[in-house]
Design a protein around this ligand. Structure first.
Ligand code: GLP
Length: 261
């Protein structure tokens, strides 16, 4: 796990966009994993800016989103499908149908989850997964207690997550769906490179567990300690509880230039 502590979201976005750019330059047909939430928004802004500048194209790429609320009408602005379209997909040149997400309106939810796993596998798996982290340590919507071996399935949202996300539903927690479909922890672990971004003081506890805590379903993101290629991009506030912060800074400063993230 590489921990990179940067001064602000713009610096984080630039570094993450460099990694996406390097991937697509080497393989234009690469498969991206896209997360919703506010943390990756600056990354999507940067990627859209590079597309507008003509230095990056997604025309041959594909992408899979992590999760979706169950039961929100398809035209609801807060379905994760509509959110990812608004903040990123509609601003760049993905081909029609190139971006898929779990179907939160499926009549047969287990079948839809199995089909989603199959679609990711058929695409050759995710090359680079962009991730956020919840204040309770969830990734995707894998809440505390999630099986570390889980695949795409239905989950009940934790009350804390519904409180956190009420800001997108006019601060009405009762309007936040109670269930979601999410890629499992094992699904996320299959991605070849995971780039997790956390910004702000309210993520510091989850980040402390993620980076320096024991691996436990209590803090689901800790499973990433078992992944071979994880990059954790943090601002100073999100990093402030890390005991080894100085070491992470020194290691990043001293990296060979060719190495990338
Ligand atoms: C949601 C999403 C996660 C995201 C988390 C944090 O619960 N399902 O994928 O990482 O929120 O969101 P934010 O980045 O807005 O803090």
């Amino acid at each position: 796990m590489e921990v990179v502590i940067l001064p602000d979201p713009a610096a984080i976005a630039s570094l993450a966009a460099d990694a996406v750019g390097a991937l697509l330059a080497g393989r234009p047909t690469a498969v991206l994993g896209l997360a919703t939430g506010s943390s990756p928004v600056a990354i999507y802004d940067e990627l859209a800016a590079r597309y507008a500048a003509g230095t990056l194209s997604f025309a041959a790429a594909r992408a899979f989103t992590l999760d979706e609320y169950v039961g929100l009408p398809a035209d609801h602005p807060e379905t994760y499908r509509n959110v990812i379209d608004a903040v990123f997909v509609s601003r760049v040149d993905f081909a029609p149908g190139a971006v898929q997400g779990p179907d939160g309106l499926a009549a047969d939810i287990p079948a839809a989850c199995a089909a989603y796993e199959a679609a990711i596998a058929d695409a050759g798996g995710v090359d680079l997964q962009i991730l956020g982290i919840g204040t309770d340590g969830h990734i995707g919507f894998n809440e505390p207690g999630s099986s570390l071996a889980s695949r795409t399935r239905i989950k009940t949202l934790a009350r804390q997550t519904r409180i956190d996300n009420a800001r997108f539903f006019d601060d009405d927690i009762d309007a936040v769906p109670t269930h979601c479909l999410t890629q499992g922890l094992a699904t996320i672990m299959d991605a070849r490179h995971v780039v997790l971004v956390a910004i702000g003081e309210n993520k510091a506890e989850a980040v402390e567990h993620l980076v320096e805590g024991p691996v436990s379903a209590r803090w689901p993101a800790t499973i990433l300690q078992h992944h071979r290629h994880v990059t954790v991009l943090l601002d100073e506030d999100a990093a402030h509880r890390l005991q080894l912060a100085d070491y992470y800074r020194e290691a990043y400063r001293g990296k060979p230039k060719w190495q990338g993230i």
